[in-house]
Design a protein around this ligand. Structure first.
Ligand code: SF4
Length: 287
């Protein structure tokens, strides 16, 4: 079968070849961990077990500034079966994970759906994706995923092409997010932990705060001011970012303040913000 699971629409037969994501049909994972550095409603308090994160190998974006490049670009990871993935869900549940956090899952949507149909965990399932997805593939997650933790990286297709080699990122990401909202229309947070809903993440890039502001405007106009948004300051120039002088640095306090001020001006009060000290490798798991 030719793969069209994401907007790349590579049309390769993944039983024989890999597409742009670098992965065949075989599930491949890089790391399983109890993760304490997601948003507080996902990771819980410091004395809690954290989010049960499963990092999938490969990625359909391949951003030049990728913070997880050993797994997304260099394909570090081991092959597992769908049955093994089910066992991992159960093991994370037994360890007390607050949720099952599927990190960069999009290119394995079919295999993950198969696993979740065999066993739907009792704890919330989080779809932690880059937003470059089709609304058709998101529809497959209906009733299987409880929380969408999704990136909105750009509101400008030229930037998406320059830094992520992606065509039509904006149309695909916004349609995918609208579909996610349709599947999980209501946010629910019980005792400080999210059980249902959506969080939109935006990593602010140096020099490109105008684009960050356009992302906020889109969210405000299309989803409303109560949307939960995570404004991330943790950008570090990694991987190939050195080739692009305008993004070959961390963001400045002024850049971050400008974006946060715009969110406040729109009265988007459900925004997570970060201390600028988050631009530190300790927030990125070692692979
Ligand atoms: S999931 Fe991979 S192979 Fe399939 S269309 Fe996307 S990038 Fe191509």
């Amino acid at each position: 079968m030719k793969c069209d699971i994401c907007p790349r629409n590579c049309s390769v037969d993944r039983t024989k070849n890999c597409g742009f994501c670098g992965q065949s049909e075989k599930l491949r994972i890089s790391k399983i961990m109890l993760h304490h550095y997601e948003e507080p409603v996902i990771s819980g308090a410091e004395d809690e077990k954290g989010s049960g994160a499963i990092f999938f190998t490969g990625c359909n974006l391949k951003c030049v500034f990728c913070q997880n490049y050993p797994i997304s670009h260099n394909n570090k990871g081991k092959y597992i079966s769908v049955k093994k993935l089910v066992k991992i869900f159960k093991k994370l549940e037994r360890k007390g994970a607050l949720n099952i956090n599927l990190v960069t899952p999009s290119h394995f949507t079919s295999q993950i759906v198969e696993a979740l149909k065999i066993y739907k965990p009792d704890i919330p399932v989080v779809w932690n994706s880059n937003g470059y997805e089709t609304s058709e593939s998101i529809e497959k997650l209906k009733g299987l995923v409880d929380i969408f933790l999704v990136d909105m990286k750009y509101m400008n297709n030229d930037l998406a092409f320059k830094y992520s080699h992606a065509n039509n990122y904006v149309e695909n990401c916004t349609n995918a997010i609208k579909k996610m909202k349709e599947l999980c229309p209501q946010d629910e947070i019980i005792d400080g932990k999210m059980t249902k809903g959506m969080i939109i993440r935006h990593l602010i890039l140096p020099t490109h705060t105008n684009d960050s502001i356009k992302c906020l405007d889109w969210i405000y106009e299309n989803l409303g001011k109560d949307t939960i948004v995570s404004l991330m300051s943790q950008y570090e120039p990694r991987y190939d970012a050195v080739k692009f002088p305008e993004i070959n640095r961390k963001i400045t306090p002024l850049e971050y303040k400008r974006v946060v001020a715009h969110a406040l001006k729109l009265e988007m009060n459900n925004c997570y913000t970060q201390d600028l000290s988050s631009a530190d490798s300790k927030y990125t798991p070692k692979f």
